[in-house]
Write a protein that binds this ligand. Sequence first.
Ligand code: ADP
Length: 499
Amino acid sequence: MLGDEGIINLLGAGSLLVIIFLVIALIQKMEKIKTLQAAVNKLQKSLDEMDEQAKLIVRIDMELNKTQEELNKKISGLYALQRLSREISTTLEESQIFKRIDVDYLNDMGFEKSCGFLWNVGEKKLLLKINIGYSLDETKSIESALDINREKYSELINLIRNKKTASSISLSDSALKDWLKQLFKVESFIFSPILPKEGDTGFLFVGTENTETLINEGDEELITILSNQLGQALENARLFEKTWHAQQNLENKVGERTRDLTNALKEVKITSKRKTDFISSVSHELRTPLTSIKGYASILLTGKLGAVPPDIKERLDKINRHSDELVHMVNELLDIARIESGRMPMNKQQLNLKEIVEKASDLLSAQLKERGIDFSSSIPNDAKAVLADRSQIERVFINIIGNAIKFTPEKGKISVNAHKAETGIQVDITDTGCGIPAEAQEAIFEEFYRVDNPINQVAKGTGLGLALVKHIIEAHGGKIWVKSKLDAGSTFSLILPET
Ligand code: ADP
């Protein structure tokens, strides 16, 4: 049995055990609390870190939004510039170029105010060409401020001369910067020179009152491009105007000359008609007395009016011959006049060129033989049918071959060759005669022109034959020309219409 002391000891030991147990439990709790505290601390740290991250994300997001906004602004500015550039570059009237810049384009580029000035030589000052966002009074005061403040004015002129864009961020001269801000009533601005190669220069000013708008290099670049476009367009317009004026002058001159020439042509036609009328009336007048002279001479020569002594006969023969020659000449003159005035229609019919040439050579065979000239002709079948007036074309060949005989020395050669050409049948009559100097090759087709050479001094001639030939050929719608070399020979070529 336990006594009281034992019980007390037992209780004491028990209490001790409980205390020890409690202490151990407390220590364990404390350990747990510590671990928990550490975990809480860790958690707190992570939370702080997350908070930082979140803040960063918000910041980045804001920045991204801002960049996006700026980018949008830039894109719409670029679009506006592109559209505006197209309009400006297709404008060829100087006064219209600045008018292409309107308030919408300006807003899209981030500005709401603009002024453009160009130097005016006559007035010797900068004149306003564009005004957006300013009242009439405001522009007047800007103009007069530019007029009055010579110092600032010359600083602006220097900026233009330096050919550099300046802005409220890049302009180093702060006094000038403030003056410009005040003058144009803006917070930010860009000032860009307009520099056409032709004519007067100037500047474009754009600005905004918006304090939040921050101008950057990109904006400066945009406005520089715009002012360059303006310069280029002004240059084009000025060149166009110059060219247009030159063309106008030229057209006026051409008009004047055409009128002069038409008048001259009228006069030539009148003179030519007068000449033709004169020749034809004189020829008519000459023919009658000539016929009687020849008639009397012939009667006298017959001896019906009495015996004619030999020396008188000789003279009468001369009168007869000369009268014949004169009649021939008068007839040729009359024919030329008739063809010129259209009073001698060509009776065109299908002819065989071979026959015509043969007939001419037959008629002239005595002369050919007498001078020992070798005559030949080559007229191929595809070039023998021509559409012409028989008697007139015979005249043409007799004339040309007759001349060839006259101007070709003895034992020379004459050949007639025909071929099909583009515009008709071409006939070439070639001789090995004395030739025609280059300077006379056109004149020989004029009336009374004869080359001054030894043959012509002896041989008879009127200088009318080729003129008549040319008129006949042209009346057929053909043409005639000559190629010749002195002392080598000549080739007369003519084109006749084919059937
Ligand atoms: P004409 O023979 O009566 O003088 P034409 O009008 O027939 O007049 O010829 C004008 C001139 O052209 C001739 O005087 C001659 O000087 C030159 N001419 C014409 N045909 C020839 C030729 N075949 N060779 C050299 N000169 C020629």
